[in-house]
Write a protein that binds this ligand. Sequence first.
Ligand code: ADP
Ligand code: MG
Length: 664
Amino acid sequence: MTKLTALKGIGEKNAMLYEKLGIETVEDCVFYLPRDYIRYENISVPEDLKPDCMNAFYAVVVNRPLVKRAGKLTITSVMLSAGGVAISAVWFNMPYLSKVLTQGTGHVFRGIITAEADHYHVRQPAIYKKEQYESLLGHINPVYPLTKGLTNNAVTATVGRAFEYLDGAYDARLYDMHFPKDEDTLIKARSSLVYDEFLSFLIAVRMMRSEENALHNDFNIMESAVCERIIERLPYKLTDAQRRVWGEIRQDLCSDRSMRRLVQGDVGSGKTIIAHLSAIMCALSGWQCAIMAPTEILASQHYDNLKSLLRSSGCDIKVVLLSGTMTESAKKNVRKIISSGGCDIIIGTHALFQEKVSYKKLALVITDEQHRFGVMQRDSLSSKNETDNAHILVMSATPIPRTCAMILYGDLDISVIDEVPAHKLPIRNAVVNESYRKKTYEFIKKEVLSGHQAYVICPLISESEGMDARNVTDMTKELSGYMPEGINVSMLHGQMKAQQKQKIMDSFAAGQIDVLVSTTVVEVGINVPNATVMLIEDADRFGLAALHQLRGRIGRGPSQSYCIFMSSSTNEHTMKRLDILNRSNDGFMIAEEDLKQRGPGDVFGIRQSGDIRFKIGDIYTDSSILKKAAEDADLILKEDPSLSLPKHRDLKSRVEGATRFSMV
Ligand code: ADP
Ligand code: MG
């Protein structure tokens, strides 16, 4: 490995920016794959400018750029003339552009043009020197994920230098992923890498399964009338699907094999109660059960729910919460209780379970919202000695088509909760553009004044260079100003400390916060039934699966809920995708539609759709490669179950590294 500073043009300061992207070495550059590609349009003559489309045009700066501040936003605006055609242009948070755009200079601009009453307008166009733009024409150019201070051009140049530096000592397919000669080369390189990636992953999963086949049920767990009593006392009736899945789990727990079961159920289908009943059944037979949640907030929500469920049932089961926000000594204390057998059910985040926890008598591990972890982490837990044969129950809302699920989770039995509680009113959806902003705020105000709560989701935490997407910080200010006195608008995002996040989520759950402006940290699992509105800003920036998960935070109580997808996109394809959400609340259907609309091999689309994230592959768009890799994995393992043949040496080392390479 060679430090990045070995490359020309990368100093210590620059290297720190790259570190933010996860690039520390020259070799890392090779694996820093583009998130998209651009093919540059030919430079249009003025009469060919097309409104609502991406255009590249040559224009001269007519006046001195005007730099204005609006709150925290800096807006740079200027008038351009493209062969006499007037075009007004604006940029956000790029004040230094006024130095580039001096009066009378000519540049190539590339952006989406809109037609105003008497002139064209372009927002945030990219700026090029004419020769520079011409040199880009005809190529497929990489678009990288960026961070503040690094432009796409800079990253592209660095990646290019990294390849030069490595002088041929790299996988040629990776070079083609960055700098493909043509579309064909790109598709070929990508398919081949995706195939390798899937194959190693699938073989790893299958090898685990075959080891697990031998696992037998070491725990004597019995059916209990207490569980039935708890079910009877619930404020609702279990759905048929919940009953069926509960039956399957009971059967597993009492069988002579260790359970390996995935429960798939759309958001709001009621997986929590099933998880809790399983934990209780296990505890009643004298064993310990661990429940892992992806976030602190979800862990403590599990804790509160389970405690109140147990309180009303009157049975003597001790639950502990192992939280990252606890002091070291408090954690130590809880670990002691766990190892001495002084508690029956342990709830925490997966991070905590990766630290050293020893159990007295662990019999069941429940993982909620599995997709946040990745399959490998599940197994890193079960490979601990004490937990070797523990039953494993995984709860997931990931709406992956069943065929994909069977391939990916080949090591698990699958139960599906394919029904949502009947009393629930389906969420009403709307996809709207900026012109509905005022109406939308009024609507939120109305709902909040009638005692309900609202979520507002933004893609960014704070303003970001060159992006005019909405951010949590400014939205919170804007909405606080808009809402009447006494309405509490607060924000939540991933850069806050765990404790602070927890406090905010708790106040939201307790109804002290009326409008919660947040990033996607609220995406999984949170249950606040009084929240009835969700506004998702720049909805086109999220994948369908993520949007569906987000929306699942509302529609959880008896009142009608509303989800508003705000987007200023004029791209027909994008709007068609959003419309899928508009038409349906069914996660499985959404996943299938998404697959159909995008079609396999759509390498120029949004790459990562589902919640199962591979580095390159996408289980939806690459479903045919996935299928082929699954077939080959079976053939290979049939011939060589432990991959010990010389011809499988490379494959074997890839399989061993599958954790690192495949799952994010
Ligand atoms: P998820 O499957 O997304 O984890 P939850 O388990 O959080 O969903 O359940 C969502 C909401 O529905 C909770 O408020 C829960 O109490 C409620 N719920 C669960 N099962 C039923 C049911 N059979 N009838 C009515 N409400 C239910
Ligand atoms: Mg849940």
